[in-house]
Design a protein around this ligand. Structure first.
Ligand SMILES: [Mg+2]
Length: 301
């Protein structure tokens, strides 16, 4: 299909998916190195080994984009088995323990609602896994923030029953929607993006972290921001999403700068790269992603 035949909302979701997958794969290429990554990150030297493999962030985002393209809306009853099938086909994509449990059971025919709700002693997951795949939702619905929030909640439901796990998806989807809308109007404003994300994110620890990101201000040092807000070491939404939204807001005009800033602090580097990449590809433009990075990333399937 040529780009001229693709609806504009699908085209934006695909742009976001490219940004997300390149950020995921770049972040993962360093995560695999352990402590040896630090000197490379300090001088922003990309890995020479090819390809850079994408992980669960991209796998699940592909399912979301496919469903948006096919139906124009997300239905957890359809999305849950799609996530599970993709997991069963390629289980070694870095899925977390809780995701492996819930997706295995869904694949065996168990109802997603029950399985997602029983994780973590019945609290549900507040992990960053719903946030990591959410940027294309905001890309698709862009100007319609109410729909973006509703669809982000639907996208989170099959795996993240804890309200803060879902809040992470809402925050990232809203950031992507606002980034796309600002780009369409030619006026990027990081402070306004942070304010919109804060306004639309459901109350809880992730929203509190976004409030902290706002008071920190976009002029703050990224290392300090990562220390204060968290950069994904706990792999929960509240210690991943506020920093990612702050980084995206700070570097709306540069994919490269945004993604390096996201993956430099220690933490969940594939996911911070995926979240920020999926947002900033919309504001800076997908064509601003370095061609070398796009070539290095394993093809999407
Ligand atoms: Mg991952």
């Amino acid at each position: 299909m040529s780009s001229g035949e693709i609806a504009v909302e699908v085209s934006r979701a695909l742009d976001s998916l490219v940004g997300l997958s390149v950020g995921d794969a770049l972040g993962q290429s360093f995560l695999l190195l352990g402590a040896a990554a630090e000197p490379l990150l300090a001088r922003r030297a990309v890995r020479k080994e090819r390809p850079w493999r994408w992980t669960d962030d991209t796998a699940m985002a592909i399912s979301i984009v496919r469903h948006l393209n096919a139906y124009g809306t997300l239905d957890p009853d359809e999305l849950a088995p799609a996530f599970a099938d993709r997991y069963m086909a390629e289980p070694h994509r870095g899925y977390g323990g809780a995701a492996r449990t819930v997706l295995t059971r869904i694949a065996a025919g168990a109802p997603w609602r029950r399985e997602a709700a029983r994780l973590f002693d019945g609290e549900g997951s507040m992990g960053n896994g719903a946030a990591m795949r959410a940027a294309p939702i905001g890309a698709y619905f862009a100007a319609d923030l109410k729909r973006t929030c509703d669809q982000a909640l639907r996208s989170a439901a099959p795996t993240h029953a804890h309200p803060d796990g879902a809040a992470g998806a809402v925050a990232v989807a809203v950031a992507a929607a606002v980034a796309a809308d600002m780009a369409a109007h030619g006026a990027l404003d990081g402070d306004a993006l942070l304010a919109a994300v804060h306004e639309h994110t459901p109350a809880g620890p992730t929203r509190a972290g976004i409030a902290s990101a706002r008071s920190l201000g976009l002029a703050a040092d990224p290392a300090e921001a990562a220390r204060r807000l968290g950069s994904g070491a706990q792999v929960i939404a509240a210690d991943t999403v506020p920093f990612c939204v702050w980084v995206a807001a700070r570097h709306l005009d540069s994919y490269e700068e945004a993604v390096w800033t996201a993956i430099t602090p220690p933490g969940d580097r594939d996911t911070t790269g995926a979240i920020v990449g999926g947002i900033v590809a919309l504001s800076a433009g997908v064509d601003s992603i370095p061609a070398e990075w796009r070539r290095a990333r394993e093809p999407l399937t």
